[in-house]
Ligand binder design. Structure first.
Ligand code: HEM
Length: 508
């Protein structure tokens, strides 16, 4: 039968067989580099794709299970997406090594480039290295203190909205309120506004923003859409481009307006125009203005780069702060003792007053800070971070081969019994009040670690404390977290959002 085969079919079969053999040998060589590490059973050529692919819920379950395996084996775990390896790490020593050694990120981050360009989160290593020098010190205490007026005004609005839910059924606090409040706040501080009462976030902007995040996530979950050449042919790409145009239009318009204002105003006057604090407090300076000032001495900070950095800040701060606020309310809502202690701290600082939160107040909110840290330890809004190994790197139990994507499991690290003790999975803010900080810094990964860690930590803590102070002073939260199910949806999100109820606080 074989002898009757036309020559071209025969040649094709031989070529195909040779290609398969070559691929198989290459694959064996690659996989051999990870011998001894735990992994899931592999299929030829596709590796673990069939086990990894799924929705955000599935991705979360995978993260959780892999975290347990790393904890028990004390080894990294390897996942194969066809020929590409992802090494999952959560041991604090390994995390330190990897986050300090590698600044490149794997190609997945490129999915956000159409929106965020070469902003800090998505920039290749050489661009990041150049820009971080200027931007690392942007959100200093005095800059953040200058934002307190915006934080207070936006939170005041939030509390008024939440009051309309008093006595009603549990509601979806993230989508109905927190996502909008944090987006408006971050937009105002990133772009600047002439009046706090003016909104930047129109319905069109809000919808485009959320849709972009959804589209990035659905692309990440579908490996077939990973190659740019394929993605560009899809309706999803065209929709993404439309949404990005809406978002860029806002940042472009604000930038042009500010450029014109800066041209028409002497430099010294610009600061005065931005001042919001008539009582001599720190002045408000929008992130955009800080960048425009920097660009005057550094021509490499082009208009395009400034826009990318501003858009990045908005994305970097919005989901993360909204999610942290949500999990904090969820936790205090089902732990009345913790909520009462938090309220007692607010009473000791503010008495019965509903005045604005000032910078001295923030410094006094120690229990509040412990509550936020405990939330971030157990519910890190970014449950995993990725780095790309651009060279071999020896860890204590294994050498990371060049070309590996390293996934740092912040979710698993925050729940490690080995690091946090036998009550690791318990929500216990008091652990942050002990003389010695708990765990090790490289196991608290909510803000990432090492190089390319979050530059907005001070900003985040200030806005979260302000929000909590206003919320807890006026409202009581009741929640149900026992059957909480989670998914990875850019940020760590609950599967069902209707978990929180509010009551008016009876003054004590
Ligand atoms: C609770 C709130 C926040 C959390 C949990 C958080 C978490 C993180 C994490 C995990 C990273 C590393 C991402 C990665 O490597 O893929 C990161 C980076 C970053 N975050 Fe945050 N973030 C928060 C708030 C903010 C805020 C409020 C801002 C801005 C005002 C911000 C701006 C940034 C920027 C610009 C980066 C990139 C840093 C770089 O690559 O050099 N973040 N953040």
């Amino acid at each position: 039968m074989c002898f009757n085969m036309p020559l071209w079919v025969y040649t094709l079969c031989v070529l195909l067989a040779c290609t398969c053999l070559l691929l198989y040998l290459l694959e064996r060589r690659e996989r051999g580099k990870f011998r001894g590490l735990p992994t899931y059973p592999l299929l030829p050529f596709i590796g673990n794709i069939h086990q990894v692919v799924g929705d955000g819920r599935h991705l979360f379950q995978l993260l959780d299970r892999v975290g347990e395996i790393c904890e028990n084996s004390m080894l990294p775990f390897v996942v194969w997406l066809g020929p590409c390896s992802i090494l999952v790490i959560q041991d604090p020593e390994d995390v330190k090594m990897i986050t300090n050694a590698f600044i490149e990120k794997p190609y997945f981050y490129g999915f956000g480039k159409i929106w965020l360009g070469d902003g800090l989160v998505t920039a290749p290593g050489y661009v990041w290295k150049h820009n971080i020098k200027k931007l690392a010190g942007t959100f200093t205490s005095s800059v953040v203190d200058g934002y307190l007026g915006v934080f207070n005004a936006q939170t005041h609005r939030l509390v008024e909205s939440l009051k309309t839910e008093v006595g009603k059924e549990p509601f979806d606090i993230i989508h109905k309120y927190l996502a909008y409040t944090t987006l408006e706040t971050i937009c105002q501080t990133a772009l600047g506004v002439s009046k706090i009462s003016e909104s930047i976030v129109t319905t069109e902007y809000y919808e485009a923003f959320n849709r972009c995040l959804e589209l990035i996530m659905s692309r990440a979950l579908n490996v077939l859409l990973h190659p740019d050449a394929i993605y560009r042919l899809t309706a999803a790409y065209r929709e993404m481009a439309r949404c990005v145009a809406v978002l860029h239009h806002v940042s472009d318009t604000v930038m042009k307006k500010r450029q014109l204002e800066r041209k028409n105003t002497k430099k010294t006057e610009i600061g005065e125009n931005n001042s919001r604090d008539s009582k001599g407090g720190p002045k408000f300076k929008a992130f955009l203005d800080i960048l425009m000032e920097l660009s005057e001495t550094d021509p490499s900070l082009t208009e395009r780069q400034i826009k990318s950095e501003v858009d990045t800040i908005i994305v970097g701060g919005q989901e993360t702060v909204a999610s942290t606020m949500f999990y904090t309310l969820l936790m205090i809502g089902c732990k009345p003792r913790i909520q009462e202690r938090l309220y007692a701290e607010m009473r000791s600082i503010f008495g019965g007053s509903r005045r604005e939160v000032g910078k001295e107040d923030l410094a006094r909110m120690q229990y509040c800070e412990a509550v936020i840290n405990e939330t971030l330890r157990l519910y890190p809004p970014v449950p995993g971070i990725l780095r790309y190994a651009d060279r071999d790197l020896p860890l204590k139990s294994f050498t990371v081969p060049k070309g590996t994507a390293c996934g740092i499991n912040s979710w698993g690290a925050g729940r490690s019994v080995r690091v946090w003790g036998p009550d690791a999975k318990l929500y216990r803010p008091e652990r942050w009040l002990d003389d010695q900080p708990p765990g090790t810094p490289a196991a608290f990964l909510a803000f990432s670690y090492g190089r390319r860690a979050c530059i907005g930590k001070k900003y985040a803590m200030a806005i979260l404390k302000t929000m909590l102070a206003h919320c807890v002073r006026e409202l009581e939260f009741v929640s149900e977290a026992e059957n909480l199910q989670l998914k990875v949806d850019i940020a760590l999100r609950p599967v069902s959002g209707h978990l929180i109820q509010v009551r008016l606080r009876q003054k004590t």
